[in-house]
Design a protein around this ligand. Structure first.
Ligand code: CMX
Length: 436
């Protein structure tokens, strides 16, 4: 922990100086314009936020601290005998800007294990909810139930100095990430199984322990795919709905638990984190419609053309920012080709991969005809027996907690202020537009 704090402190000093310099010498430089369309349509592409941890490139996808996901998967430490990067190593990278050594990563995993105990009051709160409460609602409620233990909130009440914010925020961030798998697994066990949570195993890494607590599959490959999924989904810039929500709430100095509870409510939306649930439903539906025929490029081309002609959207294809196949998709595809090439659902995913981009391209209006990660993730979870679709966004949330918490720490480390963009009524916008 001392090493982690030292690295963040060192980088924070550099970054704070950079911020001060920009504000002193370049504060008036205009870096872009906002069109009427951008003002109405969600601020798409308007550069108006600072996020240190990751950056999304339209062609190469997300990078964590400048490293592409392929590089992350190659360079970050692995579990003994494992081939994919450990997600907590990605968390370290997001926090510090550095790839941890194996020893640093091991110590970091142990640090998370030490912080993993969830107060009984949190489980008691969850137990009061109706059993059919959506798992994402349960997760957000659990974050709020943990909020009374926020070190940031306590210290703030005692009059903490601004310079101390990030260090105390880091304490909460580590606690929150450490507890996420326990809460998430308990929600799974209570909602879909007998309510009994398999014993916590601190000998395993953070993701493998989460996988074993879900109790759906004891295959080592399920642990490995969980590591991969959690590493790939850890961060996605600052402007997406959940990260931006958490950033906005955090900018009011609401503590990390409040911030992530709010972010989770955004992640639960069908246009955001719930998309993977829709993708797997679509795949299963398509499988049924094919009625036992082996999925081929030709069959899927005809199937997709029919869907498009009826005005439907094909889930898992297209992206608001990406203009290429999502690297997260490609890394999951590599895993599937190696570990479950004969799975009928993978063969369907594969046929979609071969067929759908050309169909969308021919349609002529989609800006990116290629698959995004959601077109694949569900197949992998399904293959390893995690079949309850309305739990899938919770797995996403366990991963994304790392990026959002790293962003929270960094927002405090560089002293970002409360967010307050200007909004205008349409009448005012019309006047502004007519003046031009
Ligand atoms: N199937 C059919 N039509 C599609 C399409 C798809 N997969 N993707 C885009 N289009 C359509 C849009 O609906 C839009 O049509 P209209 O002009 O009639 O409104 C047109 O093509 C242009 O859209 P776009 O600029 O290419 O895409 P957007 O930025 O507006 O939307 C997204 C992006 C992801 C919402 C959209 O591609 C989509 O709905 N995809 C399917 C759902 C999905 O996979 N969501 C997961 C996203 C993953 C993530 O965000 O990380």
């Amino acid at each position: 922990l001392v090493a982690l704090k030292g690295k963040i402190a060192k980088l924070a000093k550099e970054k704070s100086a950079q911020k001060a310099d920009l504000l002193k010498n370049n504060a008036d430089v205009v870096i872009g314009e906002v069109s009427v369309e951008q003002c109405i349509n969600g601020g798409r592409s308007v550069k108006m936020m600072v996020t240190e941890t990751s950056d999304l490139d339209a062609n190469t996808g997300i990078s964590y601290r400048g490293k592409s996901l392929y590089e992350c998967n190659k360079e970050l430490p692995k579990a003994p005998g494992g081939e994919v990067a450990l997600p907590e190593a990605a968390f370290w990278l997001l926090l510090t800007g550095e790839v941890p050594t194996d020893a640093e990563c091991r110590a970091f995993t142990e640090e998370l294990h030490r912080r993993s105990a969830v107060p009984q009051s949190v489980f008691a709160t969850l137990a009061t909810l109706p059993k059919d409460t959506h798992p994402m609602t349960q997760l957000s409620v659990a974050m709020l139930a943990m909020q009374p233990d926020s070190k940031f909130a306590h210290k703030y009440d005692q009059g903490m100095k601004k310079g101390e914010y990030w260090e105390v925020a880091l304490e909460d961030a580590l606690d929150l990430v450490a507890k996420m798998p326990v809460v998430a697994a308990q929600i799974y066990r209570s909602t879909f199984k007998d309510g009994k949570l398999p014993a916590y195993n601190a000998k395993l890494d953070w993701a493998a322990n989460y996988a074993q607590m879900l109790g759906v599959n004891s295959d080592e490959k399920f642990k490995e795919v969980t590591r991969l999924y959690l590493m790939l989904h850890a961060d996605h810039e600052g402007g997406n709905v959940s990260a931006h929500t958490a950033h906005l709430v955090g900018s009011a100095l609401s503590d990390p638990y409040y911030a992530w509870a709010a972010g989770l409510c955004g992640l639960a939306g069908p246009l955001h984190g719930l998309a993977n649930q829709e993708c797997i439903s679509w795949l299963l539906e398509a499988q049924k419609d094919l009625g036992g025929q082996k999925p081929t490029k030709e069959l899927l081309t005809a199937y997709a053309e029919k869907m498009l002609a009826s005005g439907k959207v094909i889930p898992g294809f297209g992206h608001a920012v990406l203009r290429n196949t999502d690297p997260r998709y490609m890394l999951e595809r590599e895993f599937a080709l190696k570990n479950c090439p004969d799975d009928p659902l993978f063969q369907l995913v594969d046929a979609c991969y071969q067929a759908i981009p050309a169909v969308l391209e021919k349609g002529g209006k989609v800006k990116n005809p290629f698959p995004n990660v959601d077109a694949h993730s569900g197949q992998l979870m399904h293959f390893y027996n995690l079949k309850e679709q309305n739990y899938y966004t919770v797995v996403f949330a366990v991963s994304r907690a790392m990026g959002v918490m790293a962003q929270y720490v960094w927002a405090r480390a560089v002293g970002l202020p409360i967010e307050r963009p200007k909004s205008v009524p349409l009448d005012v916008l019309a006047k502004l537009a007519n003046k031009k």
